[in-house]
Design a binder for this molecule. Structure first.
Ligand code: FAD
Ligand code: NAI
Length: 466
């Protein structure tokens, strides 16, 4: 490849980009990856999936020992106290271990890490840190960033109005945290701070939290979060946030109009979604257009309309999830290498890592009904022996299948280990399983996964333990 510096140059070292770069190098292509952050791993490893899960885990442990909930198991704990500095330190250690791990993998696979912000100067050329770098193929994996709320200024350093990056690094537990947005970030990070002692109010514009999820899941989740102490204000819009010193006043009113009210908070978390990172990339210089949502729309192979330019991850349509970005990263590298890289976008699981966890794959009941006749089977976790033994009664498993063929179209789970259980459902769907296939698969006893088997049996109308 004498004409170019690299066979493949990837812009962005998040789960989409770093995986694409490693896979391309594994396939024998000379590869570089440009990253503007100090460390590799993108949003997910630095300020997203990993630090949030570290805090979710640690705060769950804290709540377990500090709330007295273990007493009925005969475990009495007294004198539990919070060392927030140590908790944050542990989170930072996990993050640096994993981001450092990607640097190691780059070295091992001979991927060059180019530090700086990349911008196109031509279809095969980008400018990085004042230098032109050329590549036969360029993969855009620039990810996403927080959607701002007009009129509300985020200042993570000040720590009063923050985004998710600020909310995973608060120096103290807020007395009152107001979360704007009842989506995944709001509920996960709201859970962290509620468990550590904050009063948490969630303000959601729509009539229900967790948009896009199955209606049964949304209703049940709202009940569970309210029981945990969340104050959830649905159908409510924020009209302004005024900051005075270390306090904020959030003005809200009914989304449909009506009398407004104010809520006093010491921290306001803005979590109303994320937008693709395409600004400043110089896409106009290569004639690459974005859609109305600012996303790049590649074809099925992740090729854009500009020959040699590809795109994966949060910057393209689909759920903004790390594993979706990773799978696309592998597929794009394989396509560049002349292999056949495919991602089945119909089977991308999603997990909300609250307690209980909420996990879904495939179509919601409403989406499935739009396509034709369906059968639905539901099984409550309350009737699952392992969940009962663990005192984890909340939630259910719901299996949706095609009425004519019995092919599984969607699975929705609320359970303490729903994120682990959903892998089985995703694999079954990937293999084109029927609900009967799941029902007649032997599941170990006693496990939470038996609830999936029973929900599949319920599709046929014959669960055993209900
Ligand atoms: P990113 O991870 O955003 O990486 C893009 C990288 O490109 C960034 O490092 C950026 O600095 C770099 N970049 C951008 N522009 C340029 C440029 N011009 N030049 C050089 N570098 C550039 N997903 C899950 O699946 N599970 C979770 O538990 C989960 N938790 C999350 C929690 C939070 C708080 C947040 C914010 C997100 C979470 N996500 C989770 C979503 C997940 O982080 C993203 O879907 C994932 O990181 C997308 O990967 P990506 O490679 O497309 O982009
Ligand atoms: P989100 O899309 O999940 O939720 C945003 C919420 O804000 C929605 O309920 C929406 O209706 C609401 N909203 C929008 N505008 C509003 C307004 N003006 N006032 C009040 N509410 C408003 O987005 P979120 O939580 O910011 O997360 C962004 C993305 O990050 C997620 O979509 C997900 O892809 C990813 N993520 C994934 C996680 C996981 O997989 N566990 C964890 C965290 C983030």
């Amino acid at each position: 490849m004498a004409d170019f510096d690299y066979d493949v140059l990837v812009i962005g070292a998040g789960p989409g980009g770093y995986v694409a770069a490693i896979r391309a190098a594994q396939l024998g292509l000379k590869t570089a990856c440009v990253e503007s952050r100090e460390t590799l791993g993108g949003t997910c490893l630095n300020v997203g999936c990993i630090p949030s899960k570290a805090l979710l885990h640690a705060s769950e442990k804290f709540e377990e020992v500090s709330s007295g909930v273990l007493a009925h198991f005969g475990v009495n704990v007294s004198g539990a106290s919070l060392d927030l500095g140590a908790m944050m330190g542990e989170k930072d250690k996990v993050v640096s271990g994993l981001t450092g791990g990607i640097a190691f993998l780059f070295k091992k696979n001979k991927v060059d890490w180019l530090k700086g912000l990349a911008s196109f100067t031509g279809p095969n050329t980008v400018q990085v840190a004042g230098k032109a770098v050329t590549a036969k193929n360029i993969v855009i994996a620039t990810g996403s960033s927080v959607t701002p709320l007009p009129g509300v200024e985020i200042d993570n350093a000040k720590g009063v109005v923050v985004d998710s990056t600020g909310a995973i690094a608060l120096p103290k537990v807020p007395e009152h945290l107001v979360v704007i947005g009842g989506g995944v970030i709001g509920l996960e990070l709201g859970s962290v701070w509620r468990r550590l002692g904050a009063k948490v109010t969630v303000v959601e514009y729509l009539d229900q939290i967790l948009p896009g999820m199955d209606d049964d899941v949304r209703k049940e989740a709202a009940k569970i979060f309210k029981k945990q102490g969340f104050d959830i204000k649905t159908g409510t819009k924020v009209t302004g946030v005024a900051v005075k010193g270390k306090k904020a006043t959030v003005s809200v009113e009914p989304a449909k109009g009506g009398a407004g009210e104010t809520i006093e908070a010491d921290v306001v978390l803005v979590a109303i979604g994320r937008k693709p990172n395409t600004e400043g990339l110089g896409l106009d210089r290569i004639g690459l257009a974005t859609n109305a949502r600012g996303q790049i729309e590649p074809d099925h192979d992740f090729a854009t309309t500009v020959p040699g330019v590809w795109a994966v991850g949060d910057v393209i349509p689909g759920p903004m999830l790390a594993h979706k970005a990773e799978d696309e990263g592998i597929a794009v590298a394989e396509n560049i290498a002349g292999l056949t890289g495919i991602v089945n976008h119909d089977v991308i699981p999603g997990v909300v890592y609250t307690q209980p966890e909420i996990a879904s794959v495939g179509l919601t009941e409403a989406q499935a009904k739009e396509r034709g006749a369906i059968k639905v089977g539901k099984f409550p976790m309350m009737a699952n022996s392992r969940a009962k033994a663990n005192d984890e009664p909340d939630g259910f498993v719901k299996v949706i299948s095609d009425a004519a063929t019995d092919r599984v179209l969607g699975v929705h789970i609320i359970a303490s280990v729903a994120g682990t259980m959903i892998a089985q459902a995703a694999q079954a769907m990937e293999f084109g399983a029927s609900s009967e296939d799941i029902a007649y698969t032997c599941h170990a006893h006693p496990t939470h996964s038996e609830a999936l088997k029973e929900a599949a049996m319920a599709v046929q109308g014959k669960p055993i333990h209900m």
